[in-house]
Design a protein around this ligand. Structure first.
Ligand code: SAM
Length: 429
């Protein structure tokens, strides 16, 4: 397919998403099923237009003065791919599969609008309602922080130190352009692609099949490291999901001690069994029934709450989620988070630790949850995650946001990772 056919397909899929309120991956998959002639390269290229269209949606729609899929898709090629209107017109010329070309009025409007004078939420490519929540955490830096969430993400790998080391995996994947991550100690990174580029499918490699590495954002690797779980400890991963943090913890604990992996949703927990096997993990016990946790009450050295959240820290990877999210959903997540923190705290032994993690960049889901927990419960000390950071990663690496060295927030702009929040409290006793 040439660029015109790819652009037309992207517009069709973006329209489907808009009218049927569907996630990008679902609309893209259905389009692939009904257009079997399109190869993997074409589907990836169409995906790039769609995802860039969603990343830059607010600015594209503002510049074209139209809330349409066409504005999103053309905006992707002009902002995300960096083509000029003339370049683009030249590439579409004579392509019978191309959509209607930009009119003179559209091209003129695009040229005349100055992105630097757009309202803050437009420059940030963020929903209007989110401005208040970003401002609470980042003050006048909020536009820069939200703008970094509209960039293309890298692919990060966590080397599974139970089976391999960084050098070994880096050698095996040399042709895929892996580089050591800046902060995470066992991480490798494949840089974001440009234009119609496609990341290599590293999950199809024999090294992945052998369990030498996992796909895991560098921020997720860092927070798993900050949990500071020690060999021989008893750890409860209370929101284990598919086990991303669980597997990282097993590696830092060197397969010793015991990790109890629980999630309220059996479906989300299901893949963990296969992943544990592939990674050579031997110290994880999976719990899909909360009642089996009763004997663990007040016994755990560490309890990890990787809480359900808005996921605003992952908007680089899931830009459709950014436009689906509402303030009401954020409020619903907050209620769940405080209930889960209360429930999970019951498993911490006196002197043990309660760790709270989100992949949100909103203070309302982060510091505010920690301070509210402190108001509801006596006998807990908020510890300095910033000091643990300095011990683990030193002083010469990019630093996370922190008001007082206690709670810390990683962000694409500050640490080059997805957005993650991390805090740890100790139960007195
Ligand atoms: C951010 S995800 C966890 C991701 C996972 N820890 C990882 O690293 O891959 C949050 C998880 O919390 C789970 N969850 C939601 N409500 C819960 C509850 N009341 N108790 C335990 N888990 C819950 C969800 O099913 C979801 O899998």
């Amino acid at each position: 397919m040439r660029i015109g056919g790819r652009l037309a397909a992207a517009i069709e899929i973006l329209e489907d998403m808009q009218t049927r309120h569907r996630p990008a991956a679902e609309s893209l998959r259905d389009w692939g099923t009904s257009h079997r002639f399109a190869g993997a390269g074409d589907r990836a290229a169409i995906g790039n237009i769609i995802y860039d269209g969603l990343r830059h949606r607010a600015m594209s729609r503002w510049r074209f003065g139209a809330g349409t899929a066409r504005a999103d898709a053309y905006g992707a090629l002009l902002s995300g791919f960096g083509l000029s209107p003339d370049d683009l017109a030249g590439q579409l010329d004579g392509d019978r599969f191309a959509p209607e070309p930009l009119t003179e009025a559209e091209t003129e409007r695009w040229r005349q609008t100055d992105p630097s004078v757009a309202p803050p939420a437009i420059r940030a490519n963020a929903p209007d309602w989110s401005e208040f929540f970003f401002l609470e955490g980042f003050g006048e830096d909020w536009v820069a922080e939200a703008t970094a969430l509209a960039a293309r993400p890298p692919v990060d790998l966590r080397v599974n130190t139970l089976k391999a080391d960084v050098e070994k995996v880096a050698r095996a994947l040399q042709k895929d352009g892996v580089q050591q991550t800046t902060i995470a100690r066992s991480g490798l990174r494949i840089a974001p692609v440009t234009g119609f580029g496609r990341h290599p499918n590293v999950q199809a490699t024999p090294e992945f099949q052998k369990g030498w590495f996992e796909i895991q954002d560098e921020g997720s690797q860092i927070v798993a490291d900050l949990i500071f779980a020690q060999p021989k400890e008893q750890v409860l991963d209370f929101c284990a999901g598919g086990g991303g943090k669980t597997l990282a913890l097993a590696a830092t604990m060197d397969n010793r001690g015991q990790i109890h992996a629980y999630d309220a949703d059996r479906g989300r927990l299901a893949p963990i069994v296969e992943r544990i096997k592939r990674a050579g993990v031997r110290n994880v016990q999976v719990h899909s029934d909360r009642t089996t946790l009763t004997p663990l009450e007040a016994k755990m050295d560490r309890v990890v709450v990787d809480a359900p959240c808005t996921g605003s820290g992952t908007w680089r990877r899931k830009p459709d989620a950014k436009w689906r999210l509402t303030e009401q959903q954020l409020r619903a997540r907050q209620a769940e988070q405080s209930a889960i923190l209360d429930d999970a705290s019951a498993y911490v032994r006196p002197g043990g630790y309660l760790v709270y993690i989100t992949c949100s960049m909103f203070r309302a889901e982060n510091e505010e949850q920690i301070y509210a927990f402190g108001e509801r419960h006596d006998g807990w000390d908020l510890l300095s995650a910033g000091e643990v950071w300095q011990d683990l990663f030193g002083f010469d690496k990019p630093s996370p946001w922190s008001e007082d060295l206690n709670c810390i927030t990683l962000t694409p702009a500050a640490t080059g990772t997805d957005g993650f929040f991390f805090a740890v409290m100790q139960k007195l006793g």
